[in-house]
Design a protein around this ligand. Sequence first.
Ligand code: UFG
Length: 351
Amino acid sequence: MQNKIIVTGGCGYIGSHTVIELIENNYNVVIIDDLSNSSEETLERILKITGTKPTFANVDLKDEMATKAVFKKHKDAKAIINFAAHKAVGESVKNPLMYYNNNLCSLINVLSAQIENNIEGFIFSSSATVYGTPETLPITEKNETQRPSSAYGNSKKIAEEIIDDVIKASNNFQAISLRYFNPIGAHESGLIGELPSGIPNNLMPYITQTAAGIREKLMVFGNDYPTKDGTPIRDYIHVVDLAKAHVLAVKRIINKEQDMPYEIFNLGTGNGFSVLDVINSFEKVTNSKLNYEIVERRPGDVPQLYAATNLAKEKLGWSANKTLDEMVKSSWDWEQKYRKEQSSKESGSAF
Ligand code: UFG
């Protein structure tokens, strides 16, 4: 019999890629999503890719009764992967209460429903933002966490602390937090990928939208950082590599392989690339010039973040294997395919 996994936020960017990997590894997936930043059409795309349409419930996880009801229906689930959250850093600075309310109330309701229905495993979608400005690099899971500069980031840090308390208070629940570095790229089918609503905050979708003619030019936020070319360094990781790590985390929980009831793993490649490295890679793989301009620093950006990857390798048996060029090309392939699809929809021809 297939093991059932509940995936909150399963129609979103990282969620949908993870659902595909779970289905391909023979799990029975139930998606809970309120579609506030995603579309039900993702389910059709998952069907097209995998031949399976996951069970879907349109539930706002801030609604405690509705959350408990849907979990009760799926109490035979072996684990939950909790992606559901708002994630726009700038928006969270302007509207912190909305972020704390959404990201933390939903987490509390999911954890309560998990306990009530005795579902043993919980996997949390966390972020390297919990490290703040790291004093030592590469960042290991033992690095001190710091208060992130945005309410979004802080909601991730507080969420990890809540999970820690909940796991300590119980005898039969296990959790894993996965701290993502900078996810980019898309599924090789080109059917699902990142679809930021409005103006993208993140570098990669901003680059591809600029090249696609949707944005006029990319603003490079500062070239006076203490790095090799003055632009900030990040650890970009392909979303499918990231998705595969979730499947391994599910297996680790279900097979009771954990060393401790609550474990934390970095998910990155261990390689740091500057903003100019990413632009150069884009120009190389597309054989085109990108319109960009160096402007002021963006408040809150840290000079360098890249992961120590040994723990995920040793314990999850996971490592990321895509190169920067492959990741950048994958983002561009998705952007092009999506835009083509949109324009053929507008001109009336079927996709
Ligand atoms: N950048 C630009 N121009 C842009 C967008 C980004 O120059 O238009 C630069 C940034 O200054 C930064 C780099 O590209 O140096 C990466 O920026 P992203 O916004 O893509 O990613 P961040 O590292 O800032 O953000 C990531 C995650 C967040 C998380 C944050 C905290 O996307 O979820 O790390 O570290 F909160």
